[in-house]
Design a protein. Structure first.
Length: 262
C-alpha cells in the first residue's frame, strides 16, 4: 500500500497538479494539508472520479486537511483531542478499510508557530503536546498507524539548507525539536529517515529567490509509523516532480510503501 502526504497549499489553486499527481503517482492513500477551503467547496467530484473516497476537515481560506483513499474510510475523527476550543482545521483521522491491509491514518497540519514572540509559538507547542498524548493512545490499540503531514518541524541540521540561519525559527527551535523527538520516542518510526541516512533532502522550498532551483529547502513533511506499520515499511522517498510544475505548491509529496501484512 502506498501512502503519501502533501501540503497542496490550496486545493483549488493546485487542482490540476493534484489530479495529475493522483494519476501518475497513484497513491492508495493521500494525506493532504492546507487545502484552504470549507468541505462543501472541496472538489470532491473530481477526486471521486479518480476512485478515491474523501474525509475532509475544511476551513475558509486557511488550514484544512483531507484524506483521500482508494478504500472505504471509517471511524473518522475530525479534530485533535485535548482542546474543545480549538477551531483550526488541522487534523483528520480515519480507518482505511483495506481488509487484512487495513490501517489507521491521520493527516496533520501542525501549526507553524512564527513569530516565536507571539501567541502562535505557545499554541504550536501546546498542539504538539496534544498530538503526543493522542499518538500515545493510538499505540495502545496495537493497530498499524501512519501519522502523516506537514509537521512544520525541521528535525535535525541535515534537514535544512542553513541550520544556523534557522536556529531561532519556530520550525527549528530546540523546544520544537524536543517535542518532535518525544513523539517519535513513544515508539514511532520516521519513515524517510529510517531508510535514508543522507542529508540535504527536502520537501519544502520557499517561492522567493529561486529557492527550489538552488535547492535551499527544508524537510518538514513527515510520515510517522507505529511499530505495526513500521514492520511493513518497504520504501519511502520524496517526490520532487510536483514542485517543478507550473503553479506548484511550495511543498512536494513524501510517500511510503507498506508491504502486505504477514
Amino acid at each position: 500500500m502506498k501512502i503519501a502526504t502533501w501540503n497542496v497549499n490550496s486545493i483549488k489553486a493546485r487542482l490540476a497538479n493534484t489530479l495529475e499527481w493522483l494519476e501518475t503517482a497513484a497513491p492508495d492513500v493521500a494525506l493532504l494539508q492546507e487545502i484552504k477551503t470549507v468541505a462543501d467547496k472541496f472538489p470532491r467530484l473530481e477526486i471521486e472520479e479518480r476512485g478515491y473516497s474523501c474525509a475532509i476537515v475544511g476551513q475558509k481560506s486557511y488550514n484544512g486537511v483531507a484524506i483521500l483513499s482508494k478504500f472505504p474510510l471509517e471511524d473518522i475523527v475530525e479534530t485533535l483531542p485535548g482542546d474543545d476550543n480549538d477551531e483550526q482545521a488541522r487534523y483528520v483521522e480515519a480507518w482505511v478499510d483495506a481488509g487484512d491491509e487495513g490501517l489507521r491514518v491521520a493527516s496533520i497540519y501542525l501549526p507553524n508557530g512564527n513569530p516565536v514572540d507571539s501567541e502562535k509559538y505557545p499554541y504550536k507547542l501546546a498542539w504538539m503536546d496534544r498530538l503526543r498524548t493522542h499518538a500515545e493512545s493510538l499505540l495502545s490499540t496495537e493497530e498499524p498507524v501512519v501519522l502523516g503531514g506537514d509537521y512544520n518541524v525541521i528535525p535535525a541540521p541535515g534537514d535544512v539548507y542553513d541550520p544556523e540561519g534557522w536556529r531561532d525559527d519556530a520550525l527549528y527551535r530546540l523546544d520544537t525539536r524536543k517535542r518532535f523527538r518525544a513523539l517519535i520516542n513513544l515508539g514511532y518510526t520516521e519513515a524517510f529517515r529510517a531508510l535514508h541516512a543522507e542529508t540535504g533532502r527536502y520537501s519544502f522550498w520557499d517561492y522567493q529567490r529561486r529557492a527550489f532551483e538552488s535547492d535551499r529547502g527544508l524537510r518538514i513533511d513527515h510520515l510517522l509509523l507505529s511499530p505495526q506499520a513500521a514492520d511493513r515499511l518497504s520504501a519511502c522517498d520524496i517526490d520532487t516532480v510536483p514542485r517543478g510544475k507550473e503553479k506548484a505548491s511550495d511543498h512536494t509529496p513524501v510517500w511510503c510503501e507498506l508491504s502486505a501484512a504477514a
